[in-house]
Design a protein. Structure first.
Length: 403
């Protein structure tokens, strides 16, 4: 359990750290891009207002934490200007402030613009109207992109280093973090185990004394109720002890068993109790299905499913139990009629001490404690399987164990 809990703790902690670092990197670089983009907008707007010959001026206030551009930044900007008439004919091209673009390329860029401002191939552009003519200013923003990539790279490297350092820290101290949790779990399991064993003896004495009293004085409604309640408590203790044992993650000894024959033997034990409620009990069991199991625990899972079906199937209802192979897998299915199935989420039936129909379970002398299906699912998972529940149609519930 220590190893499993440590792995879960490390996985949870590092998942949280990863999400936090991704959010931080995204926020830092997103804000960095906004700052750089606003600065380039400010410089380009200054060039447009000055017709490409900026004079010393005061710049408007920027956003918080955003440094204001200065005249050196404006004068060092790489840009070119294309002068066109109202029909789009090029009247003049000024490429004095840039060496990477020739006149022909400048004219091509001017022909590709679609609005009054935007971006195209690593350049920002803005259009200024001069009567019927237009001045199109193109400013190179490769420096902005380079700075952004540098910030992204540096922050990513720092994030990876921080992630590795935190991982080392979490791995080193995970045992110390989970030890109190494990101690609490162990105490809880030890309490359940001890309480279960301690209760078994007085329950057995009560049952034997009740049977002796019934033989001497005859069966009464009180002796029947005592027998019924002691049987319920015995089942509860058995399921609690099973859950406690399975929670310890101790590998159970297994053997190859013909589960078809085993299930047939368990199935026949419920025929009498089903007939008392006039329940139609049928089985479709494929012969000679072999499975590697711990026999006692596997039998308990099958008994829980059948006991649950007989207990909660209304009088005159039906129960179908089938076992078959599907390729390399084994499928065990129990389907029975039930009352008001859609009032309960089927997955909640596997919660410990949860009972779907409170009115029925609390008033019925045969009701359980809501622990059996939890034990059945835990047993299925112990053998590498999965136990699920669903409502295939109105008035029916189906439990499927898949191995």
């Amino acid at each position: 359990m220590m190893k499993t809990l440590r792995k879960k703790f490390i996985l949870f902690a590092m998942s949280a750290v990863t999400i936090l670092l991704i959010v931080l990197i995204g926020a830092i670089n997103g804000f960095s891009w906004i700052i750089l983009d606003r600065q380039s907008d400010s410089i380009l707007h200054t060039l447009v207002n000055a017709d490409g010959m900026p004079l010393p001026m005061d710049f408007p206030d920027q956003w918080p934490f955003m440094p204001a551009p200065d005249m050196d930044a404006v004068k060092s900007a790489l840009f070119f200007i294309v002068h066109t008439d109202t029909n789009g004919n090029v009247l003049d091209v000024n490429i004095d402030q840039i060496s990477s673009v020739d006149t022909e390329q400048a004219i091509q860029y001017a022909g590709q613009i679609t609005g009054t401002s935007g971006k195209i191939d690593g350049y920002k552009y803005e259009v200024k109207q001069l009567g019927t003519d237009r001045l199109i200013f193109f400013m190179e923003i490769s420096a902005q992109i380079s700075i952004f990539i540098m910030v992204l790279s540096v922050s990513s490297v720092i994030a990876v280093i921080c992630w590795l350092v935190i991982l080392l820290f979490v791995v080193m101290f995970s045992s110390r973090f989970v030890r109190p949790i494990i101690a609490g779990i162990e105490k809880q399991k030890q309490f359940i185990t001890n309480a279960g064993h301690e209760l078994k003896t007085p329950l057995a004495i009560i049952q034997s004394n009740n049977d002796a009293s019934a033989l001497i004085h005859g069966e009464t409604k009180y002796s029947k109720n005592i027998r019924l309640q002691t049987q319920r408590l015995n089942v509860l203790m058995t399921n609690l002890l099973t859950l406690a044992k399975l929670d310890e993650e101790v590998k159970l000894p297994t053997e190859t068993v013909d589960i078809s024959e085993l299930i047939c033997g368990i199935f026949s034990a419920y025929e009498d109790s089903a007939s008392e409620k006039q329940i139609t009990l049928s089985a479709k069991i494929q012969p000679h299905i072999l499975m590697q199991i711990h026999m006692e625990t596997f039998m308990q899972m099958i008994s829980i499913l059948l006991d649950n079906a007989v207990k909660y199937t209304p009088e005159g209802g039906t129960i179908l139990f089938s076992v078959r192979t599907e390729g390399a897998h084994i499928k065990i299915l129990e389907e029975n009629t039930c009352e008001n199935p859609h009032g309960t989420d089927p997955e909640r039936l596997f919660e410990r001490f949860y009972r779907g129909d409170d009115a029925r379970t609390q008033n019925s002398a045969f009701s359980g404690y809501g622990i059996g299906l939890s034990a059945a699912r835990a047993i299925a998972e112990t053998f590498g399987g999965k136990l699920t529940a669903e409502y295939p149609e109105t008035g029916k519930i189906c439990f499927t164990a898949f191995f």
